[in-house]
Design a protein. Structure first.
Length: 264
């Protein structure tokens, strides 16, 4: 497990033990959306703003990773589906741990939807990838969400906690999940996961303060950081928003202090 420990330090801040990850895997699911066209500029902006790692698919790594003088961790995403497909909740493997090692990645990630009709295959894939990650000393991040025909509310605390625990049970070193809306309920999610938990950003939010308050509250509940995409790379001031989020996660800044990074 020593290899995992070394690599995890490349995607998390060593002092705080927290992570500021910017996922950029949206091109497969929703296409070349705003913020993910000029990859070199976007990656440069988030890195300069304080991201500890960026997450992307294998074909995009040569287009944008490590474009500035600042170092940043690389997480290779292994699974995918498209929103225009008939089974968007069914994530399939499109890359391997071995490919990630060859590309110099510091960690891999995969997405599972607990409750989806294809849940059995996703769990099987996760078990296999987890085994390979242990073999090669590669950290595994699992994006775990309750989504499927029986899921009425994908933010329900019990459902979110269940999905996060599934990921941990099958070997995730870090779990990414949705924030449940309040500190008390999310604290139970974190306790049940038993491994570091990062919150997802989800769809573009109504205001910057909504994002910063969510980040702050998730840390108060015991979270270890964020994995936020659209609310950062689609922001009018990418570097400023990244700096604000990073200040809270890494430096323990208040929401009011962090907001000073944003242009008026």
């Amino acid at each position: 497990m020593f290899g995992k420990n070394i690599r995890i330090e490349r995607i998390m801040d060593r002092e705080s033990g927290n992570a500021v990850v910017v996922p950029m895997d949206h091109g497969i699911s929703v296409g070349p959306i705003s913020g993910l066209v000029d990859m070199k500029k976007t990656v440069s902006d988030v890195v300069e703003g304080g991201a500890t790692a960026v997450l992307m698919h294998k074909g995009i790594v040569p287009q944008g990773h490590r474009t500035t003088g600042h170092d940043v961790g690389l997480i290779l995403h292994l699974s995918a589906s498209t929103d225009i497909g008939v089974s968007s909740n069914s994530k399939v493997l499109v890359a391997t741990v071995e490919e990630a090692l060859k590309m110099g990645a510091d960690a891999v990630s995969m997405h599972i939807n607990v409750g989806a009709e294809s849940e059995p295959q996703m769990l099987s894939d996760l078990g296999m990838v987890s085994r390979q990650c242990t073999e090669w000393g590669m950290p595994l991040i699992v994006m775990a969400y309750p989504r499927g025909p029986k899921i009425q509310n994908s933010y329900d605390p019990q459902a979110v906690a269940h999905a996060a625990r599934v990921a941990a049970e099958l070997g995730a070193d870090i779990v990414k999940c949705s924030y449940t809306g309040d500190i008390d309920s999310f604290r139970e999610v974190v306790r049940g996961a038993m491994v570091p938990v990062l919150i997802a950003g989800g769809p573009k939010m109504n205001s910057d303060m909504d994002v910063l308050n969510m980040v702050h509250d998730s840390l108060e509940a015991g979270g270890h950081g964020v994995s936020i995409g659209r609310n950062i790379f689609q922001h009018k001031d990418v570097k400023g928003m990244m700096s604000a989020v990073s200040d809270i996660v890494i430096n323990g800044a208040s929401v009011e202090e962090a907001a000073k990074h944003l242009k008026k």
